[in-house]
Design a protein around this ligand. Structure first.
Ligand code: GDP
Ligand code: IMO
Ligand code: MG
Length: 413
């Protein structure tokens, strides 16, 4: 395996990134999250037991692996401590494994209030955010008004910063949104009390990663959300507020692009999306229902029903241009097992998707771990995707479990 791999969502999130990060971490030393926040929900199924992670990198179930939260992640201290406690209850040695950058911007209760108030105000035009305060927290970072984890070490200055921040937001909450305001003293007190819990996890992340490379350690960079939710390259304004694409790795963790030697696209064998925004291949018929039910397409964070549709190769081609993917991991292929006919979108015409039809395989592919054992029609479907995108399919995932895969590139076996 290469020394460093990026694992990124190529669609609108929930492609199965968490599962694949967990799988490939078997042979790695470090997993780094570099953007997003607890809007993410990454599901790992190991020996029949399900773990859903939101902020903690998906390498945490391997007890020798260090899990880093880089400066590009917006951090809710409440959400993270909850996640840490659950893992500790399950005998995960989080104290020994987790490392956090002191540059992480904090998600404060005021950000959550703003996120929710805005969505209400937008009414039908809402983005359908996760309501986790992600957008407002990133805005405060960019406006240079934000509080970072490292700021909690200086009580006096912290109070001044919070006062300034709340002075601004309280005005808007009260006068524009007509909603409740926040008290700087209380907020400051709570943050200071939380710092004790967190200070032991803080490290200089760029230096840590640099030293790890020098020691020939293997590193996985774990993306959250997906390419089409990227703030710059996604379906704006129906996007999240971070760079979910490859560039986010470098700014969000402090590593040089020269250090990255493999970029893996996680591609779901069909398409899903949570929240509002365009979705060219969305299905409103029985087929959409089957995808939803067979794929258990409900959000791992908010429980919302995911919108479902056929695979969109036009959108994926765009995703490949932006990220320069080295290889593809095709997930949830088993969800298509029961279809008699399957469609793939290969073109847009007059703002409508043009499909190519494929015969389904109509049998279970559960338990198969060799490409040649797959039904012929499944092989044809996979080859079409690979030929169109001109990127090798290196892994096929045919079940939620850690070991339910077909590994095609021996780098990963
Ligand atoms: P992520 O956000 O990209 O990590 O993906 P999520 O965890 O939000 O959603 C993926 C869902 O599909 C989870 O429930 C996984 O357990 C499940 N899953 C992942 N890979 C497969 C697969 O190959 N087949 C099936 N049936 N389920 C899968
Ligand atoms: P993972 O990492 C799918 C979507 C929300 C909404 C938009 C903006 O599990 O793939 P935000 O709260 O980020 O401001 O919401 O982005 N969204 C996701 N959709 N998977 C995710 O994460 C998502 N994180 C955010 O539904 O449409
Ligand atoms: Mg998810």
């Amino acid at each position: 395996m290469n020394n460093s791999i990026a694992i990124l969502g190529a669609q609108w999130g929930d492609e199965g990134k968490g599962k694949i990060v967990d799988l490939l971490t078997e042979k790695c030393d470090i997993v780094v999250r570099f953007q997003g926040g607890h809007n993410a929900g990454h599901t790992l199924v190991v020996d029949g037991k399900t773990t859903v992670l939101h902020l903690i990198p998906s390498g945490i179930l391997h007890n020798n692996v260090k899990c880093i939260i880089g400066n590009g992640v917006v951090l809710s201290l409440d959400a993270l401590s909850e996640e840490i406690e659950i893992l500790k209850e399950n005998n995960i040695d989080v104290n020994n494994q987790l490392i956090i950058s002191n540059g992480c911007p904090l998600i404060l209760p005021v950000h959550i209030a703003l996120d929710k108030a805005r969505e209400v105000k937008k009414g039908k035009a809402k983005i359908g955010t996760t309501g986790r305060g992600i957008g407002p927290a990133y805005e405060d970072k960019i406006s240079r008004r934000g509080i970072r984890l490292g700021d909690l070490s200086n009580d006096r200055e912290l109070f001044n910063k919070i006062e300034e921040l709340l002075d601004y937001h309280n005005y808007i909450l009260k006068n524009y949104y007509n909603s409740e305001t926040f008290d700087p003293e209380k907020m400051c007190e709570k943050l200071i009390s939380q710092y004790d819990f967190y200070k032991g996890y803080i490290a200089d992340v760029p230096e840590y990663i640099e030293n790890a490379f020098k020691d020939n350690k293997r590193i996985v960079f774990e993306g959250a959300q997906g390419t089409l939710l990227d703030i710059d390259h996604g379906t704006y304004p129906f996007v999240t507020s971070s760079n979910t694409t490859v560039g986010g790795i470098f700014t969000g963790s402090g590593v040089s692009p020269k250090k990255l030697d493999y970029i893996l696209a996680i591609v779901k064998a069909y398409t899903t999306r949570v929240g509002s925004g365009p979705f060219m291949t969305e299905l409103f018929d029985e087929n959409g229902k089957i995808l939803s039910e067979r794929g258990h397409e409900f959000g791992a964070t908010t429980g919302r029903e995911r919108r479902c549709g056929w695979l969109d190769l036009v959108a994926l081609k765009r995703s490949i241009i932006i990220n320069g993917f080295t290889g593809i991991c095709l997930t949830k292929l088993d969800v298509l097992d029961t279809f008699k006919k399957i469609k793939i979108c290969t073109e847009y015409k007059d703002d409508k998707p043009i499909y190519e039809d494929f015969e389904g395989w109509n049998e279970s592919i559960e338990g198969i771990n060799k490409f040649s054992d797959l039904p012929k029609n499944a092989q044809i479907y996979i080859k079409k995707i690979q030929d169109y995108l001109n990127v090798p399919i290196d892994i096929i995932s045919n079940g939620p479990g850690r070991n339910e895969n077909i590994i095609l590139n021996k780098k990963f076996s």
